[in-house]
Design a protein. Structure first.
Ligand code: ZN
Ligand code: FE
Ligand code: FE
Ligand code: FE
Length: 158
């Protein structure tokens, strides 16, 4: 990597890999959840994630680069951690709460990445890419807020 564009492209490949990894991991997470609202929320975000990959294809196109992923160690670690707590949880309630926490860690990772990427796109003069990345960022923020609301509702039930 030499230029800002190189760094932008590398990070775009990183999040492209991450979204693809999530489409493979989320069905297992939804299946492990007990709370119907949590299950539904994860399934809906899975559908949204598949759309995000298409939006990322459009971002690659807008900046004149080939759509491809590059291994993201962070998302692999977050997914591994999620699978770990699912296995370790001894009750449905504990598992649901742990799943919410893990999903929020993923959303925060995505929010960090998209927040950075969209600003870089703007600086690089790629306004279409900036707008597309901003639309995904909004979805990730909304997903995170939903999880926060679910966590509060779950905790209040105790
Ligand atoms: Zn990387
Ligand atoms: Fe995403
Ligand atoms: Fe990464
Ligand atoms: Fe997300």
């Amino acid at each position: 990597m030499k230029s800002m564009m190189d760094v932008f492209e590398h990070t775009l490949q990183d999040i492209y890999y991450a979204e693809n990894a999530l489409t493979k991991a989320l069905p297992k997470v939804a299946a492990a959840a007990t709370n119907p609202e949590l299950k539904k929320g994860i399934s809906e975000h899975l559908a949204e994630t598949k759309q995000q990959i298409k939006t990322l294809d459009a971002v690659f196109k807008a900046v004149g680069k080939k759509a491809q992923g590059e291994k993201c160690d962070a998302i692999d670690g977050l997914i591994k951690e999620t699978e770990g707590v699912i296995d370790e949880a001894k009750s449905d309630k504990a598992r649901d709460i742990a799943i919410i926490g893990c999903c929020q860690a993923v959303e925060h990772y995505e929010i960090a990445r998209y927040g950075t990427l969209r600003e870089w796109a703007k600086v690089l003069g790629h306004n279409e890419a900036h707008d597309l990345l901003s639309s995904i960022l909004d979805q990730e923020k909304a997903a995170n807020s939903k999880l926060t609301n679910l966590a509060v509702a779950q905790a209040n039930k105790k």
